[in-house]
Design a protein around this ligand. Sequence first.
Ligand code: NAP
Length: 444
Amino acid sequence: MNIDKLIQQLEAKHPGEYEYLQAVKEVLITIEAEYNNHPEFEKAKIAERLVEPDRIFSFKIPWVDDRGDVQINLGYRVQFNNAIGPYKGGLRFHPSVNLSILKFLGFEQIFKNALTTLPMGGGKGGSDFNPKGKSDAEVMRFCQAFMLELWKYIGPDTDVPAGDIGVGGREVAYMYGMYRKLARENTGVLTGKNLEFGGSLIRPEATGFGGLYFVHHMLENAGVDIKDKTIALSGFGNVAWGAAIKATELGAKVVTISGPDGYIYDAAGISGEKIEYMLDLRATCNDIVEPYAEKFGAVFVPNRRPWEVKVDIALPCATQNELNEADAELLIKNGVICVAEISNMGCTPEAIDLFLKHKIMYGPGKAVNAGGVATSGLEMTQNAMHISWTAAEVDEKLHQIMSEIHNQCLRYGKEADGYINYMKGANVAGFLKVAKAMLAQGVI
Ligand code: NAP
């Protein structure tokens, strides 16, 4: 495989799609050696076929706001690869959404879903709609208008969307209601549903829980006890609160969370009623964190990110490229032992290079945060079987899956000096599964 040539071709075809090109480059570089062991991959042009989505739908979403004014947003669904199962991946509602971001997320999703051991292909979608500051009625009208277009392209065995940034239980419920009315069927076409209509126990906290199970395995493998370790979290969204709960249960102490206004440093630990308070605040205050400081006597640092705090473990939980080279330098100087992305592509390539150079344990998002989509896969199974598992049953399966993902990373990521390159391990393991499926199914 000639990576430089392939990247150059992609850059020429998709100029300015930085996040997509960044994600593709990272995967190609780490799988190159394994790829070259398989001349059959080269002959079937697996890499060239894998880096382009199967198809992309884009559409306009007109809707009416509370003042009676017509608003128009853009909507997308990227169906990237369904060699091992129906397209599966979340929907993101955020003003920054564009095709580059959705293509990077869809591409990552292919390998992440392959790692879960469940039969799910990769996809992603969303809109530049900003749910912040909108009334409940506006969010409902937007979600209904979005589904009025999207429903034609999805189905329980075709493409199964879920939540992501800006899309939680409320948005999934509004979209599901519209799909059900249009398609005249109750199926597992969306995951992250409420429990009353087919949702799975543990799904809301699964990404954070799974992330901490993975971190626990990373530390255990290195002979390090997670107990009493300090953790810096960023954001406080869908995934961060589950991470904070599980970290505390495992005996670690979460000392930071962040929002668009800055970050909180709470040396006493962010747990229990403090998490409850933040979840309530989040529902009304558009993610800002400052009120926490006054309520619990903690430090609020405006307009900064939490990576300047001295901690043992750093867990990016907000968005892509939120931890850069300067942040990585500071974390390393302050003695960080493990950095694991619960957000997708949370670290820049320069930050990752530094972690690898300093042999810091580094977990890539596609392995660390795979518990979310894995539990979505479990929700699909329950829907197809028309049953509901208990929380303990789902949690046990999630635990098993995270352990299996960790094993795959060890298998393909162990270097000669014993250092585990989790990025390489996750990419190679995920890629091999998809590539073999594509090869077996012929050129289609
Ligand atoms: P969320 O609840 O909406 O929280 C995301 C937070 O990130 C928001 O507070 C947002 O605040 C902040 N943010 C900062 N810069 C942003 C930017 N440029 N674009 C978008 N958001 C930005 O979302 P979430 O579901 O927790 O997702 C967090 C991360 O986890 C994402 O990378 C997502 O892809 C990943 N993830 C989520 C799941 C899941 O189950 N939800 C599963 C796997 C991975 P502002 O908008 O105010 O900046």
